[in-house]
Structure formats: structure tokens, C-alpha cells
Design a protein around this ligand. Structure first.
Ligand SMILES: C[S@@+](CC[C@H](N)C(=O)[O-])C[C@H]1O[C@@H](n2cnc3c(N)ncnc32)[C@H](O)[C@@H]1O
Length: 203
């Protein structure tokens, strides 16, 4: 039994968006960095650990037509699909642990806000990076807790990143274009410091 899956299914069964720290009314840092690439609306975008975040709604509203959302928790994706109603049919939904994900196609842009940081074992971080290297053709947008941020998320240990350590992790195939600190205000009015980075694939 996958304990991580159990954890997340329980979160998305028992807690409302207002009861979890990561909820945002609007995914401002992610959208700024995604739109900063000026990619066509048909660009293939995947949101890793998208959960029931509003990023997919926002991308659809902006006219993006080729969106995939992956999450370990089917409950999370069910929530997002129920919210979107008919519009959910325009999106590809993948229930998978990122550690087991074997993409069947390439993605132009890979987005991950607060999922990558749950990987704390070297082998898992290396596997994730290999998947990115093999299946992301253009761009990466990654948001994690920073070195000044919390040490746990949803009660689970995480890896904190600085601009330098995140850049180092992806430097084999990707150049860091921009990295910023972002203060996220949780629904309970506390602050969480994130590192948000934009990477472009090396030629
Ligand atoms: C802190 S939440 C962030 C959700 C969303 N990205 C956002 O910004 O609102 C972490 C998400 O990552 C998912 N997740 C955690 N571990 C995962 C894994 N190993 N593989 C895939 N998804 C995972 C969780 O189910 C949850 O939806």
C-alpha cells in the first residue's frame, strides 16, 4: 500500500481548500512565469501534483488548449473535475505517483508547485530530474519551499531549495532564466516563503 497516496486521498477527502495551507485564490507566480515564455496557446503543458489547484481553470480561461494535470490522489483530481464540469473534458487527467510516472509523450512546459519538494530521497530526486530531462522539450516552472520557508508541508518532510540548489539540480539540460522568492499567504493568514523558478531547455 502506498502511504503517500493514502495521506493525500485523506487530505482531499477531509479538508476543504480553505483548510489547507497551499490554496491560492489566483496562481499569480505560476501564471507570470508560464506566460513569460510567450508560448503558443496549443503548447503542451503538464501540471505535476496539480491537486485541485485553480491553475488548470486559469490556463483554460486564458485559452490554453493542451493541458494535462497529474496527481497521486484521484480524490484531488475528482474535486478539480467536479469544479470544472464540462470544461474538465478539455483536460487530460493522470492519476500517478510522480515516482512511477512514465510519460508517453513530450511536454513543452512542465509546471510543479509544491510537489517536487516532497521528494527527500536522492534516488527520487534523480528519477524526477531524469523524467524532466527526457520528456520536457522547452520550459520548466518550479515552485518549492525556500530555505527560509517551512520544513514540512501537509505534515510531511520536504526538501527546501534556494535558487542555487534548484538551478544546480536541473543544470544538466536547463538554464535558469529567473528565480524569485515569493511570500505565499495561507488561508489562515500565515506566510510561507517559496522559491519560484523559470528554466529554459539548453539547445
Ligand atoms: C501541497 S499540494 C500542492 C497542490 C497544487 N500544486 C497547488 O499548488 O495548489 C501537493 C500536491 O502534490 C500531490 N503529490 C504529493 N506527492 C505526490 C507524488 N509522489 N506524485 C504525484 N503527486 C503528488 C498531492 O496529492 C497534492 O495535490
Amino acid at each position: 500500500m502506498n502511504t503517500s497516496k493514502q495521506h493525500w486521498d485523506q487530505v482531499f477527502t477531509t479538508k476543504s481548500p480553505q483548510e489547507v495551507s497551499w490554496t491560492q485564490e489566483y496562481p499569480t507566480p505560476s501564471m507570470d512565469l508560464i506566460q513569460g515564455f510567450n508560448l503558443p496557446k496549443s503548447t503542451a503543458i503538464i501540471d505535476i501534483g496539480g491537486g485541485d489547484s485553480l491553475l488548470v481553470d486559469t490556463l483554460l480561461t486564458k485559452g490554453y488548449t493542451n493541458i494535462t494535470v497529474l496527481d497521486i490522489s484521484k480524490k484531488a483530481l475528482d474535486r478539480a473535475q467536479n469544479r470544472l464540469g464540462e470544461k474538465a473534458k478539455k483536460v487530460e487527467w493522470i492519476v500517478s505517483d510522480i515516482n512511477d510516472f512514465k510519460p508517453t509523450k513530450k511536454y513543452d512546459l512542465w509546471h510543479d508547485r509544491a510537489a517536487f519538494h516532497f521528494l527527500t530521497q536522492k534516488e527520487d530526486i534523480v528519477r524526477y530530474t531524469k523524467t524532466v530531462n527526457g520528456f520536457v522539450s522547452k520550459a520548466l516552472v518550479i515552485g518549492t519551499f525556500s530555505k527560509e520557508g517551512p520544513q514540512k508541508c501537509s505534515g510531511l518532510p520536504i526538501t527546501q531549495y534556494s535558487c542555487g540548489s534548484l538551478s544546480e539540480n536541473f543544470e544538466e539540460q536547463f538554464n535558469l532564466l529567473e528565480c524569485r522568492a515569493e511570500e505565499h499567504t495561507t488561508p489562515f493568514d500565515t506566510l510561507q516563503n517559496f522559491t519560484f523558478s523559470q528554466f529554459l531547455r539548453k539547445k
